[in-house]
Design a protein around this ligand. Structure first.
Ligand code: M6R
Length: 608
């Protein structure tokens, strides 16, 4: 998704912008640009391609002198990736520069209107209407012009704006697209995400919907859409700068795979006190928990896969009916709610447009919404009735790993807490489960210690055309995730199937040598899985099995076996996912893919 950085202060702006934009590269982009004011004129350089291109075009920023500037990395929505569609966009007299994240939904109508007034457009973007609309309304008062524009545009936006006749000022505004401001010792910054400013400051303001910000070298002023000044307090970010960098690993993804034991510990241990589950953020009484009639879990991608897994855990432990929905589908169906329905939304970024829309739809209908979110202060975190954070830290790689693992942990804890409140499990069972949970970080480490074995196996499959993942019950949920991990970064076609469903069509795709990864961690489904493995093996498949240590019988039905340590049956996904993440990673590395930034994908999907 697009990235915004703005700087006003004592330093030359362009190098600060390039540096900040580099920290936002993980969001995904196809072009980049900067606008810098030298006090009289705004100069713009922008180009399709990576930041390297922008760096070269501006000689590391030297060709854009000035102390006030806005920069942008664009992920195309309106108009193809191209130089002309890259941001910043200007008005015709080149006195106003704009960078924008989000979508102006009524841009065609506004564009037509502006064209009728004599304005000419030079790009296909929705953003350019903002530059021309600002021009139309600007009569020497930036705040007034921005407010008028905000009243005209529909959709989502985070905006960075400069006016050439206001050289000591920069402006920003937001609605439904993330934007923060940072207060540094030698100036002030705006950015679409915290890592962009961490080098300069830890004091960060989260800009809320329909707020406007005026930045000067030594001041930050916030206004609402009516132009009234607002008092805001900064939040001190605790992350270390190095936490947002690769720390010696070849890719962020591998670094984040290795951070999982810590991420799981950080998410789990503060919530286990004196052998009991205590989720401070859960503002629900036991009585309210007992009254829950149904849970919807709504999310996208890997977050959705944790929901598929959690369904088994909630239903099995707490005996509450659970429906799991893709957020993009949920918002367009007509789900049945009652006053005791609970909606759980799961999101790493907390900004996923479909998940956010589902949350809003449910809230509109009076449903209580609980968010499981990684990014503190994100839109979903702010708008949910209750939010439980996954303390995974910043996740940079597009393919999620540690956020996925911590989402599972929160879901286990919630299911156990609900089961306790409803009296559907004994205290002894909860106690045993807590002990198993506490072992997970160490067990994940043990699995990571065997990464070379998986690397050797993965190297044999870098030329594969199709790879299938099969499992039953909870193992189907893990198959979904294993398949997504592989395909999103290696570009190998892959599908996950409920193993019993194979013979209803998919089995016709199995050819001599096709790799089928079979996950069988559930004791009650073990024998059935062996039968399904035999079915595909007799049709030529090569079987990789992931099972629990001790299940040696599987070796008769599989060609290659990876064992995971013993744990509670509800927690096996937390362990089985590790070899599958490593497998996807090593196949992608072996193929020379851009592992951290796979083509066509963005880390945070803030458009529908
Ligand atoms: O930020 P979110 O958790 O809401 O993102 C949801 C999906 O976009 C995300 O999990 C996506 O599927 C990842 N690329 C998976 O690795």
């Amino acid at each position: 998704m697009c990235g915004i950085v703005g700087y006003i202060g004592k330093q030359q702006a362009a190098p600060v912008l390039l540096d900040g934009l580099a920290k936002l590269e993980y969001r995904g982009y196809d072009s980049a640009g900067m606008a810098v004011s030298d006090g009289a004129t705004i100069r713009v350089t922008k180009a399709r391609g990576r930041l390297k291109v922008l760096n070269e075009l501006t000689h590391g920023g030297e060709l854009l002198p000035g102390h006030c500037g806005i920069g942008h990395t664009r992920w195309a929505t309106h108009g193809i990736p191209s130089d002309k569609n890259a941001h910043p966009h200007l008005n015709e007299s080149e006195t106003i520069a704009v960078v924008h994240n989000g979508i102006i939904e009524n841009y065609l109508k506004l564009k037509k209107n502006l064209e009728e007034k004599g304005y000419h457009f030079s790009s296909d973007t929705d953003t350019e209407v903002v530059a021309h609309l600002l021009d139309y309304y600007y009569k020497g008062d930036p705040l007034d012009a921005i407010r008028r524009v905000m009243h005209r545009v529909e959709g989502s936006y985070a905006l960075g704006i400069m006016f050439s006749d206001r050289p000591g000022e920069m402006y920003a505004a937001r609605k439904d697209s993330p934007l923060i401001a940072g207060q540094a010792s030698d100036g002030n910054l705006i950015a679409s995400d915290v890592p962009a400013v961490l080098k300069y400051t830890r004091d960060v303001y989260f800009i809320q919907n329909e707020e406007i910000l005026c930045l000067k070298e030594d001041s930050l002023k916030f206004f609402n859409i009516d132009g009234e000044e607002l008092a805001k307090e900064p939040v001190t970010i605790q992350w270390d700068v190095s936490a947002a960098e690769k720390a010696g690993y070849e890719h962020f993804m591998m670094k984040e795979i290795y951070e999982q034991p810590k991420a799981v510990t950080d998410t789990l241990s503060p919530r286990i006190k004196d052998g009991k589950i205590e989720i401070e953020e859960l503002n629900m009484t036991d009585e309210e928990i007992r009254q829950i009639s149904k849970i919807y879990i709504v999310a996208c991608g890997s977050a959705y896969h944790t929901g598929v897994s959690a369904k088994y855990v909630f239903e099995g432990l707490a005996r509450i009916p659970v429906e799991v929905d893709l957020a993009s589908e949920f918002r367009y169906r007509d789900p049945i709610f009652d006053e005791h329905t609970l909606l759980i939304v799961v999101s790493q970024s907390g900004e996923t447009a479909d998940t956010l829309a589902a949350l809003r739809e449910a809230k509109k209908q009076g449903v209580r919404v609980l968010g499981i979110v990684n990014v503190v202060g994100s839109s979903i975190a702010r708008e949910a009735d209750d939010v439980i954070y996954t303390w995974a830290g910043p996740e940079i790689a597009v393919a999620t790993t540690k956020a996925y693992s911590t989402q599972l942990i929160v879901e286990y804890l919630l299911a156990m807490k609900f089961a306790q409140a409803r009296g559907t499990v004994t205290e002894d069972t909860i106690h045993e489960m807590i002990e198993d949970l506490k072992k997970l970080p160490e067990q994940i480490e043990m699995l990571l210690d065997h990464k070379e074995k998986i690397q050797r196996f993965a190297n044999r499959y870098i030329a594969a055309k199709d790879i299938f993942f099969i499992g039953r019950g909870l193992d189907y949920a893990i198959s979904l995730e294993g398949s997504l991990k592989l395909k999103e970064i290696s570009y190998i076609h892959s599908e996950a199937y409920a193993a019993g469903e194979l013979k209803h069509g998919t089995i016709s795709l199995i050819e001599e040598g096709t790799l089928v990864a079979a996950v069988l961690t559930q004791e009650d489904l073990y024998k059935k899985m062996i039968s399904n493995m035999v079915e595909v093996r007799t049709r030529g498949a090569f079987i990789l099995a992931v099972t629990v240590v001790g299940n040696t019988e599987v070796e008769k039905a599989a060609d290659y076996v990876i064992y995971i340590p013993k744990t509670n049956k509800y927690f096996t996904n937390s362990l089985a996912v590790i070899p599958l993440q490593l497998f996807g990673y090593y196949v992608a590395v072996g193929k020379g893919c851009d592992v951290d930034k796979p083509r066509n994908l963005a880390k945070s999907v803030t458009v529908e």
